[in-house]
Write a protein that binds this ligand. Structure first.
Ligand code: GLC
Length: 494
């Protein structure tokens, strides 16, 4: 072999060795990275665990807090607010009524013609608008003027089909879905904001007075006849169509529950005992917290960086505003520590709330063989291209962990109410049915979440009892419910 050939062979051999070494190092790095990603996922999954025993502890803690919240004002993280609704709709409500529903990403205005006994809802019309994000953090007057102006436009479109008796002003049920300390069915002060709203000057003010002044400024002539939380509206709307409805749960941007309590069982109620012996309680269960909740570092960080740190912990684990954000936070950690998406962390992945729960839901429900929807969402929302099937599977798995934890905890919350009201056990010969009116975008659109919630509730109850408990979707019942409560609390009733 000549000198040149030997040199070439040596150089060639060295190049091959270097290439092999690089490949091995790369593979080693890849496999150690992917095992790091798997470890992060596994650790998260373990911390999110919700075995039946834990859920029962959560349910018991919920029941205990319900008692404490009913005993005295400020007795618990659960506000257990008195709604002043001591009679739910009977079906006899009659006339044209308006409703205004404010409290999530959208707000709605609605008018219904109620037909009286056996007449049901004869006619209804609604308009839905989104709240400009700037108004969620602006001033009270800006927010209320905006909704009153939209209400004015809607009233102006009222057709002949809706008949207001002569000499009467229009009446409105106002669904305001935030914690409000009510003083009557038509007044109450805002205690604090939730769900990303933060308008300092509205806290402590009477929300009906705020709305009424805005309506006056916008030239809307209307009485506000009922102020209700969306859970209370949903309960009223649900009861109108089904006599067995005794509680309502919202799983949407936020989460909350209302139920019918015996008025004698509310020590903090010092008013006259209602004839019905009942009072609807708005629990504000979003603010529930307990040492039994499976909180992870991601939840703690989300909470610390939120607009309302330390508050709404149950809501931050279970509701639509936060589920996608939890997924984003875990993905971000994986990208940092295991280069899940390449050598650098994709910048969009660092943007809080960029991954919305509807997108998470779409990824979670992706049934295509190559998880195409997941690939497209990662590309469109987070600008991460060319993801492998393995990476997409990790994303789906993560969505599953976060959604299941939320849904199972929500089921435990419902069990807590069933326990408080004695509906969690079966008494011989008792055929009492319990219907739970459910609403909210998360419940309506996130199928895996809804199915997991309902299956978990069954899992937590004895078979016989489970047969008598039904979750019923009450589609936008809160708006109709507010209109019905405006009717039963009409200014014109003697
Ligand atoms: C938040 C609000 C509560 C509302 C719930 C569902 O938790 O504080 O009032 O019922 O969201 O919209």
């Amino acid at each position: 072999m000549g000198k040149v050939a030997v040199t070439a062979a040596v150089i060639g051999g060295a190049a091959v060795c270097a290439a092999v070494a690089l490949l091995v190092r790369h593979q080693l790095r890849n496999s150690s990275q992917s095992s790091r990603a798997a470890a992060i996922l596994k650790e998260f999954q373990e911390k999110c665990g919700t075995p039946e025993s834990k859920l029962k502890q959560v349910a018991d803690a919920m029941t205990v807090e319900m008692h404490a919240g009913l005993a005295s004002e400020g007795g618990s993280k659960l506000k257990m607010l008195i709604s002043y609704v001591d009679n739910l709709p009977t079906g006899a409500e009659e006339g044209v009524y308006y409703a205004l529903d404010l409290g999530g990403t959208n707000f709605r205005v609605l008018r219904v013609q109620l037909g009286g006994t056996n007449g049901g809802v004869v006619d209804q019309e609604f308009a839905e608008l989104s709240i400009p994000p700037s108004l969620m953090v602006g001033t009270s007057q800006e927010l209320f003027d905006y909704i009153a102006a939209e209400l004015a436009k809607f009233v102006a479109q009222e057709g002949d089909r809706f008949q207001l008796p002569d000499g009467r002003k229009r009446e409105l049920g106002f669904t305001f879905s935030f914690p409000v300390m009510q003083n009557s069915i038509v007044s109450g002060t805002l205690m604090r904001w939730t769900k990303g709203f933060s308008i300092d000057d509205a806290v402590g003010k009477d929300v009906v007075a705020e709305l009424s002044s805005a309506m006056e400024r916008q030239g809307v002539e209307m009485h506000v006849s009922a102020l209700v939380n969306d859970t209370v509206g949903t309960l009223a709307g649900g009861r109108y169509t089904n006599k067995d409805v005794v509680m309502a749960v919202i799983m949407g941007t936020g989460t909350n529950a209302a139920y019918v309590e015996r008025s004698q069982a509310i020590p903090k109620w010092h008013g006259p005992q209602p004839e019905s012996g009942e009072m609807v309680i708005n629990m504000e269960w979003g603010n529930f917290r307990s040492s039994h909740l499976p909180l992870t570092e991601y939840d703690n960080e989300l909470d610390a960086e939120s607009l309302n740190p330390g508050e709404q912990i149950f809501e931050k684990l279970t509701s639509g505003m936060y589920l996608g954000e939890i997924v984003r936070r875990v993905l971000c950690r994986m990208a940092e520590e295991s280069a899940l998406f390449g050598d650098t962390v994709p910048p969009k992945l660092r943007t809080p709330f960029i991954l919305r729960t509807p997108d998470m839901s779409a990824m979670h429900h992706d049934t295509s063989y190559d998880l195409k929807v997941v690939g497209n969402k990662l590309k469109d929302i987070l600008e991460i291209s060319n993801t492998t099937l393995k990476v997409r599977k990790v994303v789906v798995e993560l969505c599953d962990i976060v959604a299941r934890r939320g849904a199972r905890l929500a089921a435990a919350g419902i069990l807590g109410i069933l326990k408080k009201t004695g509906r969690d056990s079966f008494k011989d010969g008792d055929s009492q049915k319990t219907v739970i009116a459910m609403d909210g975008g998360l419940y309506e659109h996130y199928t895996a979440y809804r199915e997991c919630l309902e299956a978990t509730l069954k899992e937590l109850l004895d078979d016989e009892v489970a047969e008598h408990i039904v979750c019923e979707h009450s589609n936008d019942g809160s708006g109709i419910g507010a209109a019905l409560l405006a009717a039963s609390h009409s200014w014109y009733l003697s």
